[in-house]
Design a protein around this ligand. Structure first.
Ligand code: NDP
Length: 243
């Protein structure tokens, strides 16, 4: 039996892209997955498909910018399955633009989803993990957590923050595994929220060489399936031919 089977795995941002691919792979490997995102219709459809294939799947509408909502999501999983083994803080948004465009509402949205959302995910499971002296937090950062490009200042700032928060969590909680997953370019809906036309064109060009989301899902599965005394701290996964 794989070290993934029967684990209770919560995935934020499971309605598309990397989160959806991760749900598919982990459910196929026998994990009990709990899907969260705002687009419940997508979650419902995905859950039905995975259940038809024999998976154990629950879903719940989730907005990670709300601590209350995120706690309710975790409590729902705990009530349904009796424990939580893995929390994957994957939800993210990327409305890029040059700082001089002053798209302050979009800066705040990135901070709210990409940083506060991760913190809310940690807060929702940490007491349970501390009590059990076990658990695994997987936070999705980015190659933008290492490097900054023009138009990406705030987005990269959020992803640097995810790496810093994850490292702090790892240092403070020795009984809990903490993994940072930092993808390069991956096919998904992530760039759809870019409202600045020039930035959209530039990013579309940059995103021509991309991995499919299942490449990141395989990285996540690798981290989860290690024995409990092995903590895969960080995975950086780029397309071979990409930047
Ligand atoms: P997608 O846009 O396909 O997926 C993003 C997911 O986040 C969606 O399921 C969306 O669901 C969810 N989401 C957004 N806002 C919220 C919210 N407030 N509450 C709950 N869920 C939310 O993009 P990806 O799959 O590519 O992105 C997943 C992660 O990977 C992100 O953190 C992203 O930054 C990171 N990443 C992606 C890269 C790429 O090239 N694709 C590269 C590096 C990192 P819904 O709208 O239904 O709420």
């Amino acid at each position: 039996m794989s070290n993934i089977a029967q684990k209770v795995v919560l995935i934020t941002g499971a309605s598309s892209g990397i989160g959806e691919a991760t749900a598919r792979l982990l459910a196929a490997k026998g994990a009990r997955v709990v899907l969260g995102a705002r687009r419940t219709d997508r979650l419902e459809k995905l859950a039905a498909e995975l259940r038809a294939a024999g998976g154990t799947v629950e879903y719940r509408t989730l907005d990670v910018t709300s601590l209350e909502d995120t706690q309710t999501f975790a409590d729902f999983a705990l009530k349904t399955f009796g424990r939580i083994d893995v929390m994957i803080n994957n939800a993210g948004v990327m409305p890029l633009s040059p700082l001089a465009e002053l798209k302050v509402a979009e800066w705040n949205q990135m901070i709210d989803v990409n940083i506060r959302g991760v913190l809310h995910g940690i807060a929702a499971v940490l007491p349970h993990f501390k009590e059990r002296k076990a658990g695994h937090v997987i936070n999705v950062s980015s190659i933008g957590g290492f490097q900054v490009w023009p138009t990406c200042a705030v987005y990269c700032g959020t992803k640097f923050a995810v790496r810093a928060i994850s490292e702090g969590l790892r240092l403070e909680t020795k009984e809990i595994r903490v993994t940072i997953v930092s993808p390069g370019v991956v096919e998904s809906e992530l760039a759809h929220t870019i409202s600045d036309p020039a930035t959209r064109d530039m990013i579309e060009d940059f995103r021509k060489v991309a991995l499919t989301p299942d490449a990141i899902a395989r990285g996540v599965a690798y981290a989860i399936e290690q024995p409990a005394d092995v903590d895969v701290n960080e995975l950086v996964i780029r397309p071979t031919a990409g930047g």
